[in-house]
Design a protein around this ligand. Structure first.
Ligand SMILES: CC(C)(COP(=O)(O)OP(=O)(O)OC[C@H]1O[C@@H](n2cnc3c(N)ncnc32)[C@H](O)[C@@H]1OP(=O)(O)O)[C@@H](O)C(=O)NCCC(=O)NCCS
Length: 178
């Protein structure tokens, strides 16, 4: 797993010591507001095992995000295959930070490093971002990293949509889930 360095952040492989703060984040209703139910410790630990396996299999996935100055683990950022229940196919970028780490530009900084890795190193033709219509903070991150929004929201989960030629290379801004 390649490490990515940004001004203030290190995106690195997960460590056992991340499991506890990661579980605390996933048990925080504010962090989970737009994601669904809070996760148990077991669910949270299992997610990291999946991240590591996915990363090793595909060469991309979810990095642990650490503040370089303090070594503190603050969340994750990375790339994943777009979930099957959206009307999209491709690779999406995402982020999740512990509540105390919000409001400092960390998600934007981590996302910029991930985006550069996706385009420059992985040579992905397109990177998508998907969120709910109500997740305004996540949408703001998308705008700050230069993503562009398709003209309309997709409301039908079963209608497949693939990038057109003119959209290739253009990072997409959120397509809201119904
Ligand atoms: C989505 C999420 C990561 C966004 O966090 P965030 O703190 O709003 O975003 P950033 O880290 O980019 O920080 C931006 C804020 O920091 C401020 N900021 C301070 N220093 C900054 C800097 N050096 N650079 C950029 N912004 C800075 C910005 O002005 C902005 O402030 P605002 O919230 O008052 O507008 C966070 O809300 C989260 O983890 N949510 C729960 C998980 C989730 O929903 N994930 C997305 C699923 S689609």
């Amino acid at each position: 797993m390649a490490e990515l360095r940004a001004d203030r952040l290190l995106l690195r492989r997960w460590r056992d010591s991340d499991l506890e703060p990661w579980a605390a984040m996933n048990a925080d209703p504010e962090v989970r507001e737009h994601l669904g139910e809070v996760l148990s410790r077991e669910q949270s630990d299992a997610s990291v095992a999946r991240f590591l396996a996915d990363f090793d299999r595909r060469g991309y996935g979810w990095w642990a995000v650490e503040v370089r100055a303090t070594g503190e683990f603050i969340g994750f950022a990375g790339l994943d295959e777009v979930e099957d229940d959206t009307p999209l196919t491709g690779v999406e970028i995402g982020w999740r930070l512990a509540r105390p780490a919000w409001g400092q530009g960390y998600a934007t900084e981590a996302a910029s490093a991930v985006l550069a890795y996706g385009f420059d190193t992985l040579e992905l033709p397109e990177i998508l971002a998907v969120t709910t219509a109500t997740n305004l903070r996540s949408q703001a991150v998308m705008r700050r990293i230069g993503m562009t929004r398709p003209g309309r929201r997709l409301r039908r989960p079963h209608r497949a949509r693939r990038a057109t030629a003119t959209e290739r290379g253009v990072p997409h801004y959120p397509v809201a889930r119904p």
